[in-house]
Design a binder for this molecule. Structure first.
Ligand SMILES: NC(=O)c1ccc[n+]([C@@H]2O[C@H](COP(=O)([O-])OP(=O)(O)OC[C@H]3O[C@@H](n4cnc5c(N)ncnc54)[C@H](O)[C@@H]3O)[C@@H](O)[C@H]2O)c1
Length: 263
C-alpha cells in the first residue's frame, strides 16, 4: 500500500492535544517523519511515551508564545538533520485552557484585557512567529507547505444559546484569533507562491471529547450531519493538506465541519 505522506517531514505545534496527538499518530502511520512540539507537561510526556521509540518521531518542547523559542526552533531541527517540508500551526488556547479547568467562565463584560491578550499571543502572534521563522529558515530552500488551524467559529458567529448551563462557553477572543489566522493564510499564500511554498487553512468543526448528551444534541442541531466529529475525521482532511496531493491548493480554507458552515 502506498503511504500518503512518504517523503514528508511534518512539524506540528501543540501536538499533545486531542487533535494534535491524532495527527501525530496518523501521519506516522502514513510514512511521514513527525517533529512534534508542545509545552512541557503531561501532554508532551504522554506523546513521547507513546512514540518516543519510533525512529520517525522527534519531540521538541516549544512555547509558541515565546519569540526566543520560536526563533530557534527550525535551526535546532535542521542542526539535528531533518528538513521540515510541512508545518502545522496547530497550538491554541481555548477558553477552558485559558481560565483553568473548573473555574467559572467570565461574562464578556468581565473579560480581562490580560486574558484577551494572552489568547492573541498564543493563537495569532504565535502562528505569525512560526510562519516568519519558516520564511527565514525554510521557504525558498525546498518546496514546503504551511497549514494554519482555524475553527468553524472563525468566519461564523458562535451560537451562544447552546452553551447555557454548560461548564464552558464560547470565548470571544478565540473566534477573533481564528478569523485572523485565515488572514495570515491568504496574505502569505501570494507572498510565498514565487518561492514554491503553499499555505492553507483547515477549519475543524465541533470535535467530540467527552461532551454531555445534551451538548451533543444542541450542537448536532446546527450541523447538517447531525453529530460532532471524531478526531480521525479531521485528521483525514489534514493528511490530504499535508500530502503532495494538495500541491495545487493555496490560500484556501477547508471546512471539515459536517456541513455546519453550509447552512
Ligand atoms: N477540538 C475542537 O473541537 C476544535 C474545533 C475547531 C478548531 N480546533 C483547533 O484545533 C487545534 C487543536 O485543538 P485541540 O482540540 O487538539 O485542542 P487541545 O486543547 O486538546 O490542544 C491544544 C494544544 O496546544 C497546546 N498549547 C497551548 N498553548 C501553547 C503554547 N503557548 N505553545 C505551545 N503549545 C501550546 C496545548 O498544550 C495543547 O496540547 C487548535 O488550534 C484548536 O483551536 C479544535
Amino acid at each position: 500500500m502506498v503511504e500518503q505522506l512518504k517523503g514528508r517531514t511534518v512539524f506540528i505545534t501543540g501536538s499533545g492535544g486531542v487533535l494534535g496527538s491524532t495527527y501525530v499518530r496518523r501521519m506516522l502511520a502514513e510514512g511521514a517523519r513527525v517533529i512534534a512540539s508542545d509545552l512541557p507537561g503531561n501532554r508532551a510526556d504522554a506523546l513521547v511515551e507513546t512514540h518516543g521509540a519510533n525512529p520517525a518521531f522527534r519531540f521538541y518542547p516549544l512555547d509558541v508564545a515565546s519569540e526566543d523559542e520560536v526563533e530557534g526552533i527550525f535551526q535546532r531541527i535542521l542542526k539535528d538533520g531533518w528538513e521540515p517540508n510541512v508545518v502545522l500551526n496547530n497550538a491554541a488556547i481555548t477558553g477552558e485552557l485559558l481560565m483553568g479547568a473548573g473555574q467559572p467562565f467570565p461574562d464578556f463584560a468581565d473579560l480581562k484585557v490580560s486574558d484577551w491578550e494572552r489568547t492573541m499571543r498564543t493563537n495569532l502572534t504565535g502562528p505569525f512567529m512560526v510562519a516568519r521563522q519558516m520564511d527565514r529558515d525554510i521557504v525558498g530552500k525546498w518546496p514546503c507547505t504551511l497549514i494554519n488551524v482555524a475553527s468553524m467559529y472563525a468566519l461564523n458567529g458562535a451560537h451562544h444559546r447552546i452553551y447555557e448551563g454548560m461548564p464552558f462557553k464560547n470565548f470571544s477572543a478565540y473566534g477573533v484569533t481564528k478569523a485572523g489566522i485565515h488572514g495570515l493564510t491568504v496574505w502569505l499564500a501570494g507572498y510565498w507562491a514565487p518561492r514554491g511554498a503553499t499555505v492553507n487553512t483547515i477549519a475543524p468543526g465541533a470535535v467530540f471529547n467527552g461532551h454531555s448528551e445534551e451538548f451533543q444534541r444542541r450542537v448536532g442541531e446546527l450541523i447538517m450531519l447531525d453529530r460532532m466529529a471524531k478526531p480521525d475525521e479531521i485528521a483525514d482532511a489534514m493528511l490530504f493538506l499535508a500530502s503532495a496531493q494538495s500541491g495545487y491548493m493555496t490560500g484556501q480554507m477547508v471546512n471539515v465541519d459536517g456541513g455546519f458552515s453550509g447552512w
